[in-house]
Ligand binder design. Structure first.
Ligand SMILES: Cc1ncc(C[n+]2csc(CCOP(=O)(O)OP(=O)(O)O)c2C)c(N)n1
Length: 572
């Protein structure tokens, strides 16, 4: 059969329901085969970066690799930011780029290019993929495809790229289909010993905490995590990538830790005497720069599917390299231990009451962004996901959205790529069988992929778009306020934003702008007036609004701005 038909059939056989792309000569065969031979929906995006982020949103929602395709040259390079985002946030994804015919490739010649739009995407994407292959031999294709899919979902998931020359796509290949076998890791030998040490330590601990990171979702273990927390009676804090592991109403959910964590959750870390870290790499955004203080004297148990992510910045942890689902199942079979001392839980409740997230916004007029997030989640119970961009609004959302059971929170964590949310919300919505999703972006980031509004309209997607408009690149402006004596080059100076409600109108999306707190409830009512259509709500904020609390750089995790001042300038 023709190689392009093989690829299309393979994707369909493996559960792929949508492919995201922007057309170009080098992928026309692939698109034609998808159209002719499968029921896969081809989603034509307006920028390859949008296609990449949409695939990321789809991959995270479904656990099936998100698939994005692009033509050679600029199409392929436009995918790179999204590939990096999938890599750092461990999203299963398969990227397919078309390449010029084999006889048009420059090979070893010392020239820059032979074929038109010939570009070495293989070398460029190597450091940000789990694997990348240039398929030069058509007979190699079936094996490579199967490997790509298996690798994307195995162990720590991530992106794989296949670069396929145009003439290879047209060549004949055998029609044997390989079985996809995700590489199973099984039970590590040390599991029983580690589990027993942990159980005994937990029995002695006075103030234990579970720290749940993005790895919990990636290993499809959110429900298991909830079970084991209940089994032990242990409160749970989470990282930015772990916002959606427990629903907001769960009595053991404490809050988010880290640079912009909930103040009470960071204090809880500081006071804890035992930490069980599950699927979090304890990066600087979680621990702060003062690693010694984060480490303290407390006992730390750390479980992750990658050994290199443990005893890395935070050392002297008791570690286990293991799939989280395997580890948690093991813990659940061990004798039940319900944490008895109520004092710690009462203390945590007291801290949360003492430091409400909505009380961090002080002294400025207008809409309180943390309050807005609470109100937004209250009206968005039917949303499948909140898809959030990068900046201050991301932190307000992570601090204050109150998620319902099963609701997802997707954001670009490790890459921190502005422009993620709008296209990723498209992939998330389609991955959730077209259930509505809520997108939250700042006025800066929204402009990076604003063209995808047309993809929303063209596909009739029920995406509720919330643009938090502070008329500046807020997060960097806040940084300049701290370290540049308020010289706001390129965040305020030289920057501007359009009237987003008017822009949405041009795309045919109903929209409105709110400026006063009193206008918010009715506007949120209209946002959801028709649950099955898109709507854009532009929320005007005071330009001076800061994302607080913010860890005071260099100090202990519990010392947060504006009540504490940084010791040094942060590097990230
Ligand atoms: C692609 C990309 N470019 C630049 C940055 C650096 N950056 C991080 S946050 C930010 C400002 C974001 O502004 P906006 O989207 O308006 O959100 P706000 O912080 O105001 O909520 C910038 C420029 C980035 N993270 N990603």
């Amino acid at each position: 059969m023709k190689a392009a038909d093989y690829i299309a059939t393979f994707l369909e056989n493996n559960g792929v329901t949508h492919v995201f792309e922007l057309v170009g000569g080098m992928i026309t065969f692939l698109l034609d085969s998808l159209h002719q031979h499968t029921s896969i929906k081809i989603v034509s995006m307006r920028h390859e970066q949008g296609a990449g982020f949409a695939a990321e949103g789809y991959g995270r929602m479904t656990g099936i690799p998100g698939v994005a395709m692009a033509t050679s040259g600029p199409g392929a390079t436009n995918l790179l930011t999204a590939i990096g985002s999938c890599y750092f946030d461990s999203t299963p994804a398969v990227f397919i780029t078309g390449q010029v015919n084999r006889h048009e490739q420059k090979g070893e010649r010392s020239i820059r290019q032979l074929g038109f739009q010939e570009t070495d995407i293989v070398s460029m994407s190597r450091p940000i993929t789990k694997a990348v292959w240039s398929v030069q031999d058509p007979e190699e294709l079936p094996k490579r495809l199967a490997e790509a899919f298996a690798l994307a979902v195995s162990g720590r998931p991530g992106p794989v790229l296949l670069d396929i020359p145009m003439d290879v796509q047209r060549a004949e290949v055998s029609d044997d289909f390989f079985d996809i076998k995700p590489v199973a890791t099984g039970q590590p030998l040390e599991l029983a010993g580690f589990a027993e040490r942990l159980r005994q330590a937990l029995q002695k601990a006075q103030r234990p905490l579970i720290l749940a990171g993005g790895g919990v979702r990636l290993s499809h273990s959110a429900e298991l995590l909830q079970k084991v927390a209940e089994h032990w009676g242990t409160p749970v804090v989470h990282s930015l990538m772990g916002v959606d592991i427990l629903p907001a109403s769960h009595p053991l959910r404490v809050g988010m830790i880290g640079s912009y964590g909930n103040r009470w959750a960071n204090i809880a870390i500081n006071e804890s005497d035992m930490l069980i870290v599950l699927g979090s790499r304890l990066d600087i955004r979680q621990t702060g720069a003062n690693v010694e203080s984060f480490r303290g004297q407390r006992q730390i148990f750390h479980v992750d599917c990658e050994a290199g992510e443990m005893n890395n910045r935070v050392t002297q942890c008791d570690t286990l390299k293991c799939e989280l689902s395997v580890f948690i199942e093991e813990m659940l079979t061990r004798s039940r231990f319900v944490y008895e001392a109520k004092a710690w839980r009462e203390r945590l409740t007291m801290l949360q009451k003492a430091w409400p997230d909505t009380g961090e916004f002080r002294g400025l007029p207008g809409i309180n962004p943390n309050m807005l997030m609470r109100e937004l989640s209250a009206v968005s119970a039917t949303a499948a996901a909140f898809v959030v961009d990068v900046g201050q609004h991301q932190m307000w959302a992570a601090q204050s959205l109150q998620l319902e059971p099963g609701q997802r929170f997707l954001t670009s964590g490790g890459m921190g790529a502005m422009g993620f949310a709008l296209p990723a919300s498209i992939g998330a919505c389609l991955g959730a069988d077209r259930r509505p999703v809520v997108m939250v972006a700042g006025d800066g980031g929204f402009q990076l992929n604003i063209q995808e509004l047309q993809t929303i309209v063209g596909n009739g997607l029920p995406i509720k778009l919330v643009v938090m408009n502070n008329l500046c690149h807020g997060m960097v402006r806040q940084f300049q306020e701290s370290y540049f004596k308020g010289r706001y080059q390129s965040t305020l100076w030289g920057y501007s934003a359009p009237n987003f409600a008017a822009v949405a109108g041009a795309y045919g999306i109903a929209a409105e702008r709110v400026e006063l707190p009193t206008e918010v409830p009715t506007a949120l009512g209209r946002l959801w007036g028709n649950p099955s259509t898109p709507y854009l709500l532009e929320v005007m904020l005071d330009t001076r609004a800061n994302a607080y609390p913010k860890m005071a750089f260099g100090r202990a995790i519990s010392e947060m701005e504006p009540l504490a001042t940084p010791m040094d300038m942060e590097g990230t």
